[in-house]
Design a protein. Structure first.
Length: 737
């Protein structure tokens, strides 16, 4: 990097020419203006090439948005009415009750378009998209129709009659796309397939390097001249041709070098579609984070949970190997067995997903895991690394994933395998199936809120450039390890085995990366030479990492016990668990946030919710402390009946033995009425117009007998009898001493 500048609203504010070893730089004392700040960062390297990135930062003076506006769906079909739910968390301070909280359509730059679309309310009306009244999350339902494909933007506006200016949230985005018939999809797929087949359909045909380069270039030109194609481009390294059709479908053709049969194949190309999964709830999930700037707000969001926040956020692990059989016996995810068999720390390890047992839907659940291991082929699309799956892309599955395809999150792919036959001869073999590949936008969209996770990206080019890695880091991953080029599977197999073993021995990510490379070589070319194996590239792949170099697997203390960092470090059973700032008149006893777990509030149908956290206790531990308040609509008319909802807290040792720390039930607890909790007197949607609570209780429990042991603390609430009346538990300020 040579120089870098930062501009605000079109005016250059600062320029710097000093950079860190990795090219990193910082702008200090950057002054924001009230309202929207359009910030552009520009960097120029020593060759004169310029790279830019921009962000919209909103400076509010009176109110604080605690989340971005979240939509129930972020894609919709043109010419059809789209019904959408939108929710946002707002810091409830004096004056907000008198303000009008509104939704507008805006331009990409945040400027309003037309009249108000809707008002947002925190009233617990499920029809309006709001699950819980008085929790600081404001929601609305609105409908919109667009005639042309493209992106539409929306933002929340707080209009306070006592203020001279309105205050604004960040933007929410919906991508509108043209729906395609199965016939249109089939015709486009056939066009791509026939065109590729005309060049590389003769399996076993051999070409010199120059002949191969020429044919690839001619194929790219052929696509570009196709009247049905909007654009076609050959990647800079010649490893892929990327084709965008006029109807929005995106296809990519990848070329892979296959090495020798001695475990050195390159990781660089099935399954039937399992169908899309849609959530049962209507209110979008809220993740608390500062998306606007307000220096006057009282509540502050904490970014570092504690001094020990270098540990992974969850003791759950998953591994995906779409080409396990192809890479066998050298699939990198064989190292996953080390995690499955680990007892310190102990992992809740999901079964390894191999070959046709893995698919796109599995990649949508990455935020549920503290360790994510992906071993697959990788390629480059428009200069950015992508993850290949083995899921077959036929007309039905393409239609099912059409929204993601036209939005650039999923690609339809085909592979050409190249086998070397000497110094300058390659035999080609064209894959007979179209499959799907995933871009960094897919990871950003579906990875949710990862909890300081460790991600192993065992694919070619995975860390060549930071785009894909930054998508994982932006979703909350702690560190990513992988390769900066096409990598031999044998090198990957040896390196990741050593890396995981070293991590399980208590070392950091950076220490484990360095140790693995010291054992097997700085790159796969050195490994291949040391093992007398051919197939290494002229540009060898190095095992590298991005993110927190000090990340470890072991957790030596309880983390995020005040829930100031969402539900990071907490696992669950998939029930209704959230973080809120208040519940009507009930507020956290400690700091700004508290957890709520329920028997299924609002639009949620779950009847049991569990959150738990596993960690190792210090040798000198004495007590565990926590506060809770159980809230229910069951009392008083159902006390003494079969409708006996319950709440229980237990400490579980490594052998599975439970010690009960707290217990409440409808039939045995003492209940206090909550007055005026909602406009109609009720606390939750459904049930009746009354609500009761146990009031906050502080638990101090002696756990010295478990000193030095690995334990799990579990909070659970569940329905007994039926789910017509809801029960929830507020939890806060969990810590040990």
């Amino acid at each position: 990097m040579n120089t870098a500048t930062i501009s605000k609203n079109g005016e250059i504010e600062q320029s710097i020419s000093e950079f860190g070893e990795g090219g990193e730089f910082n702008f200090e004392n950057f002054q924001l203006s009230v309202g929207d700040n359009h910030v552009l960062v520009s960097g120029i390297d020593i060759t004169g090439e310029e790279t830019t990135d921009s962000i919209l930062i909103t400076y509010n003076q009176n109110y604080d948005f605690l989340s971005s506006p979240e939509l129930s769906e972020n894609t919709a079909v043109t010419e059809e009415q789209a019904g959408l739910y939108l929710s946002i968390a707002i810091d409830v301070v004096e004056g907000l009750d008198n303000a009008d909280i509104q939704l507008y359509e805006v331009t990409e730059n945040g400027e309003t378009i037309g009249d108000k679309l809707a008002n947002l309310l925190d009233d617990g009306d499920v029809g309006n998209g709001d699950d819980i009244a008085g929790d600081g999350v404001y929601s609305t339902y609105f409908s919109v129709t667009k005639s042309e494909p493209g992106r539409a933007y929306y933002r929340v506006v707080i209009a306070d009659p006592d203020l001279e200016v309105n205050e604004f949230s960040s933007l929410a985005e919906v991508y509108f796309y043209k729906n395609l018939s199965d016939e249109e999809i089939t015709a486009t797929s056939d066009d791509f397939d026939i065109t590729v087949d005309s060049y590389f359909g003769d399996s076993g045909e051999s070409f010199s390097s120059s002949q191969l380069d020429s044919k690839i270039s001619q194929l790219a030109d052929d696509f570009a001249s196709n009247e049905s194609v909007e654009s076609a481009e050959l990647s800079e390294d010649g490893s892929s041709i990327n084709v965008l059709y006029n109807n929005g479908l995106k296809f990519s053709l990848y070329f892979f070098e296959k090495g020798s049969s001695q475990g050195s194949s390159v990781k660089g190309a099935p399954r039937n579609n399992v169908g899309l999964k849609y959530p049962g709830k209507t209110q979008p999930d809220i993740s608390y984070s500062k998306y606007t700037y307000n220096p006057n707000t009282v509540s502050a969001l904490i970014t570092d949970v504690s001094d020990n926040a270098n540990s992974i956020g969850k003791y759950s692990a998953m591994a995906i190997s779409p080409f396990y059989t192809e890479f066998s016996p050298k699939d990198g995810n064989d190292a996953y067995t080390l995690i499955e068999n680990s007892d310190s720390p102990f992992f809740n390890a999901q079964t390894l997903l191999k070959d046709s047992d893995s698919g796109i839907e599995d990649f949508k659940n990455l935020s549920d895991f503290g360790v994510v291991m992906i071993s697959s082929h990788g390629a480059v699309f428009q200069g950015e690394p992508i993850i290949m799956t083995s899921q077959i892309a036929d007309s039905t599955s393409i239609h099912d994933y059409l929204a993601d395809i036209v939005a650039g999150r999923i690609l339809v792919s085909q592979a050409v395998e190249l086998t070397g036959n000497g110094e300058d001869s390659h035999t080609v073999s064209l894959s007979t199936q179209l499959t799907f590949s995933l871009t960094h936008d897919f990871i950003s969209e579906y990875s949710g809120s990862m909890s300081n996770s460790l991600v192993y990206l065992g694919i070619c080019h995975g860390l060549s450039g930071n785009v894909l890695a930054n998508a994982f880091l932006g979703a909350g991953a702690g560190a990513i390890v992988g390769y900066d080029n096409s990598v031999l599977s044998g090198y990957d197999y040896d390196v990741i085995q050593t890396f995981i073993n070293h991590m399980l021995d208590g070392f950091t990510v950076s220490e484990s990366v360095d140790f693995a490379k010291s054992e097997h070589g700085e790159n796969d070319a050195i490994w291949a030479e040391n093992n007398s194996i051919s197939g290494a590239s002229d540009e060898p792949a190095e095992f590298v990492m991005l993110g927190n170099p000090d990340l470890i697997l072991e957790r030596f203390s309880l983390e995020n016990g005040s829930f100031e960092s969402n539900l990071d470090y907490w696992d669950g059973n998939g029930g209704d668990s959230r973080v809120i700032t208040q519940l009507s008149s009930l507020v956290p006893p400690h700091e700004s946030f508290m957890a709520i777990i329920s028997s299924g509030l609002g639009s949620v149908d779950d009847s049991e919710s569990i959150i738990f956290q596993s960690f190792t206790l210090p040798d000198d531990v004495q007590l565990i402390h926590f506060s809770y308040n159980v809230v229910s609509e069951e009392p008083m008319e159902w006390v003494g009946s079969e409708f006996n909802d319950q709440f229980r807290v237990v400490l579980i040792d490594a052998s599975g033995n439970e010690v009960e720390l707290a217990y409440e039930s409808i039939n045995t607890s003492t209940w206090i009425e909550i007055v005026g909790s909602q406009s109609d007197g009720g606390m939750f949607d459904g049930g009746d117009s009354t609500a009761f609570h146990t009031d906050w209780k502080l638990i101090d429990f002696d756990i010295s007998e478990f000193a030095g042991q690995s334990v799990t603390i579990q909070f659970r609430v569940w329905d007994v009898g039926d789910s017509a009346y809801d029960t929830a538990a507020l939890i806060d300020n969990i810590y040990i001493e």
